[in-house]
Design a protein. Structure first.
Length: 278
């Protein structure tokens, strides 16, 4: 019975990572659709988010069922709490990806032309978001508390691009438009930058939950920002028998992520997984 429970815990963790991978890949599609005016790609990205939502709902149900039927304690319970918390954030991220896909469709349907500078800033912001997502995946797979601490610096690039985008937008608001409806469509479309910023924030919140999983401390963003690696590592507590934290195994479930986005350590694990599978 205990062996079955341990297996179910591992499967739930792997599904969480797999959903994270799907969100990352779908975000790439949604942003590409927005930048290139690809209506079909936007439709496919939007459709994928609904499948992601269904997977999130199922994962949540599985976790609550394990809590109800197995009465987990200590590290097992922390793992399930962590998966549930991250799963909730994955649903939030999926919603923002879907909004980007909708904005891409609106941009095409209403023949909205963005100034080249604004398009370039969306691409710049998206590239920074991909780095945050890759670092979050690396932290979750490698159980890396140091990587969690470094995330706030990576997010600064995202927020900087977001702020610059809206500075440019505020200058652009004076452009000539056919009517108020067209300006309203334009304003709703530019929210893509805000959605990207939120996706990065939500990913960071997910990574911060790793502190609770590995130390048992319920620290918020401010507490983590004030800590250093040595302090966090000193609070790390042993995992229970049922919590198998195996980076090599976990890497399989994020193996489709771009190597230049996940960092050298996770990229090496992914390459190793690919070699082992041949």
């Amino acid at each position: 019975m205990r062996k079955l429970f341990s297996s179910q815990l591992i499967e739930a963790r792997h599904e969480m990572l797999s959903i994270f991978e799907s969100i990352d890949l779908t975000l790439h599609d949604a942003v590409t659709a927005f930048v290139t005016d690809d209506m079909e790609l936007a439709r496919r990205a939007k459709k994928k988010t609904y499948k992601i939502d269904a997977r999130c709902a199922n994962l949540e149900a599985v976790c609550y069922n394990l809590i109800a039927t197995q009465s987990p304690v200590a590290s097992d319970f922390r793992l399930l709490q962590t998966i549930i918390y991250i799963d909730f954030n994955l649903q939030r991220m999926s919603d923002k990806v879907r909004r980007i896909a909708r904005a891409a469709k609106r941009k095409v349907n209403n023949d909205i032309e963005f100034p080249a500078e604004m398009v370039a800033l969306i691409e710049q912001e998206a590239a920074s978001v991909y780095q945050v997502l890759g670092s979050t995946a690396a932290a979750l797979v490698n159980n890396d508390l140091a990587a969690v601490l470094a995330l706030s610096e990576e997010d600064e690039a995202v927020h900087g691009a977001y702020q610059e985008f809206f500075r440019v937008f505020n200058r652009t608001e004076t452009m000539e438009v056919a009517d108020d409806a067209q300006m309203d469509d334009f304003r709703r479309t530019v929210m893509v930058s805000r959605y990207l910023d939120r996706i990065a924030n939500i990913a960071m919140e997910s990574a911060y939950r790793l502190v609770f999983l590995l130390t048992g401390q319920r620290w918020g963003a401010d507490d983590i920002a004030d800590a250093d690696e040595e302090e966090l590592e000193s609070m790390r507590i042993p995992s229970g028998e049922g919590v198998t934290l195996d980076p090599v195994s976990d890497a399989r479930y994020v193996s489709a992520l771009a190597p230049d986005e996940v960092g050298s350590e996770l990229a090496a694990l992914i390459a190793r997984v690919g070699t082992d599978g041949e």
